[in-house]
Write a protein that binds this ligand. Structure first.
Ligand SMILES: [Zn+2]
Ligand SMILES: [Zn+2]
Length: 645
């Protein structure tokens, strides 16, 4: 879809004279290298109120390119005894988490996540953290340590590893299996050097000693990481919530965290995702009970749509349904993969024949089947959405089915979910969402709410604190909460991606260096990975808003006049057939503009020296984009092309 485009020629409304093949290469695509010694931005023009002309100077995109002007190789190594911490991702967004810790000659990297592209990065497949700082210090990297198997922590692993010298990877069993599955999608990359660790193990990476501890999250085998320093521990629990009921933390959980009772925590770095939510997070056990109740009492078929990442919940549903003598059909690629991995990891072992293909769902009586599906977010191609709009080839809904949306709606997906719910209700099914009043609980977050967070801070008593995992305002809220709990303001730093934070060699001060590590997002776009695609992305955003307008003028070198009326091509701008008057005026402007400029500046073209097409194109691009804006209040990308014979 997004990759298929109609050829230009299909849009040309006036095309008597075909452009000779050899000159078409002179068409400035704006990004081709063919246009000699021209900057990438000089060939397209877009009107802006302050100053019209070349695109990009006054636009938001590209403004934040910290990585453009500095060479992170010039940042000196940390001084002896200093602990350097660099959050490289996950602190200006929720997603693509990655943090580096550098002490002496050693660097360890924690997590390497991704996040999916959004309206700010159209057409991009996904985004991973910027690895430039690490690439320049490959020889110091001793390990990549992964807290758990969610994509915002492992999604970037294959590509990141290949860029930072393929260091050994450490994580618990399930997370390693999840990474191996993902790595298999990149067969051309070097093999991952994976090491399974257990939560009470200790490893040594260079001179750095690292230990782990178990945490509760929505995926099994989640762990926190402890980096030992001479001044105390650096602790990051990864994603966590507390295993508690009514604020009483379970014995197992207390035991897990008891290692902090008699140790000094130098620095805590923790998740800020749910910092706005009051109270404790709803314990997962309540959701398990809620789903059990529903599976028991609903008389028709039960269809549960959930996050494929909530493996603990999926496993529980399969086990419970099986114990009730029901069959389970699983639909959706990520859901199937994750269940497979969970079985492979030995988390549960369904009996042969319990899990059936979705196309066999109709062979069983409604009360003998439970269906697990992806698509609780209304994602276009996920299975529940296909069932909702009747495009699912192997499955259809029946009147009397009950659909449980066992997920919260990720901000931004609200409309997609509403549309899907419309499609579902038109087919006579009943929908239970986590907002449905009076129902059993069907969803809980995997991240700690305020009370979980407070409990953790009190437990750890850190000297220094860096909030991570969240966009800026969430990190600031988390800072305020830490201050409420007694952490002095000067001991807290709210980082940006690429901030370089150092704890002094005496362990007494935490400061932010003035330099920054490169932090521009690395966009994975088809087969290319790059942190310098902002030009491409910006053009996509603008094309989506106002379209484009191409001018092709054929100039006679000898006479300095246009050979014929210029060709105009519009895409997503205005409907040309209904704007003939506008086009007529544009043509006159072009003709006059080009010819007058040549007459006024004879030395710019005539008289033996080659014509300065760049100059003419610039003038033309600027005046036409301004004119189009005045007439239409739209700001298409204007691409002037001048060919000469
Ligand atoms: Zn997670
Ligand atoms: Zn996460």
């Amino acid at each position: 879809m997004k990759k298929t485009r109609l050829p230009f020629s299909s849009l040309r409304i006036e095309d008597q004279n075909k452009i000779p093949a050899k000159t078409t290469s002179a068409v400035p695509s704006g990004h081709s290298t063919g246009d000699r010694k021209r900057s990438v931005r000089s060939s397209t023009y877009q009107y802006s109120k302050k100053r019209y002309g070349q695109v990009g100077r006054s636009r938001p995109f590209g403004e934040k390119n910290q990585y453009k002007n500095l060479n992170s190789g010039k940042i000196p190594p940390p001084e002896s005894g200093v602990v350097r911490i660099i959050p490289l991702g996950g602190v200006e967004e929720i997603g693509k988490n990655m943090t580096a810790i550098e002490i002496g000659e050693d660097i360890v990297v924690i997590d390497a996540g991704m996040h999916f592209s959004n309206e700010a990065t159209p057409g991009v497949d996904y985004v991973i953290p910027n690895t430039t700082y690490l690439e320049e210090r490959k020889e110091k990297i001793r390990a990549l340590i992964i807290t758990h198997g969610h994509l915002d922590h492992i999604g970037g692993v294959p590509l990141v590893l290949s860029r930072i010298g393929n260091p050994p990877v450490y994580s618990r069993n399930l997370s390693i299996l999840m990474m191996k599955k993902r790595q298999a999608e990149f067969p051309h990359l070097p093999k991952m050097k994976d090491n399974v660790v257990e939560k009470d193990e200790t490893i040594t990476c260079g001179k750095i000693k690292i230990r782990f501890f178990g945490v509760t999250h929505t995926i099994p085998d989640s762990m926190g990481i402890i980096v030992e320093t001479e001044h105390g521990w650096i602790v990051t629990p990864g994603d966590y919530k507390l295993d508690q009921v009514d604020g009483i933390v379970s014995k197992e959980e207390e035991k897990e965290y008891s290692i902090f009772d008699k140790t000094k925590v130098l620095l805590l770095m923790t998740d800020s995702t749910n910092i706005e939510n009051e109270g404790f997070s709803l314990p997962e056990i309540k959701v398990h009970q809620g789903l059990e109740n529903l599976i028991r009492k609903v008389s028709g078929r039960v269809i549960i749509a959930a996050f494929a990442s909530h493996i603990t919940r999926l496993a529980h549903v399969v086990k419970f349904a099986e114990s009730m003598g029901k069959k389970i059909a699983i639909d959706g690629r990520s859901m199937k993969t994750n269940i497979e991995v969970a079985v492979e990891a030995g988390l549960f072992q369904p009996k042969k024949g319990t899990i059936i293909p979705i196309e066999e769902a109709n062979n069983y009586p409604p009360n003998k089947i439970v269906i697990l599906m992806t698509g609780a977010q209304g994602e276009e191609f996920a299975s529940l959405n296909r069932a909702a709009n009747k495009t699912h080839t192997k499955f259809s809904l029946h009147k009397g089915d009950t659909i449980i949306l066992s997920a919260s709606i990720v901000p931004g997906n609200e409309r997609a979910v509403e549309k899907m719910k419309d499609g579902l209700t038109r087919q006579g099914v009943r929908i239970i969402s986590y907002r449905t009043a009076g129902e059993d609980f069907v969803h809980a977050t995997g991240h700690g709410n305020q009370e979980d967070v407070k409990w953790l801070h009190r437990k750890m008593h850190p000297k220094f604190f860096i909030p991570i995992h969240g966009n800026h305002y969430r990190l600031v809220l988390h800072k305020e909460l830490a201050m409420e709990l007694g952490c002095p303001e000067e001991n807290i730093i709210v980082p940006d991606n690429g901030s370089i934070i150092e704890i002094s060699s005496d362990g007494q001060k935490m400061t932010l260096r003035k330099e920054k590590a490169p932090s521009g997002a690395m966009m994975v776009d088809g087969v290319s990975i790059s942190d310098t695609q902002d030009v491409v992305i910006r053009d996509r955003v603008m094309l989506a808003q106002d379209g484009m307008f191409v001018i092709v003028a054929l100039l006679d070198q000898k006479t300095g006049k246009l050979k014929k009326s210029p060709d105009l091509i519009s895409r997503g701008f205005v409907y040309l057939k209904e704007n003939q008057e506008l086009l007529r005026q544009v043509r006159i402007m072009i003709k006059k503009g080009v010819e007058e400029r040549i007459i006024k500046n004879p030395d710019r073209g005539m008289g033996g020296s080659p014509m300065d097409f760049d100059y003419i194109k610039k003038e033309l691009g600027e005046s036409i984009s301004k004119f189009l804006y005045q007439k239409t209040e739209k700001r298409p990308l204007v691409i002037p092309v001048i060919l000469s014979v």
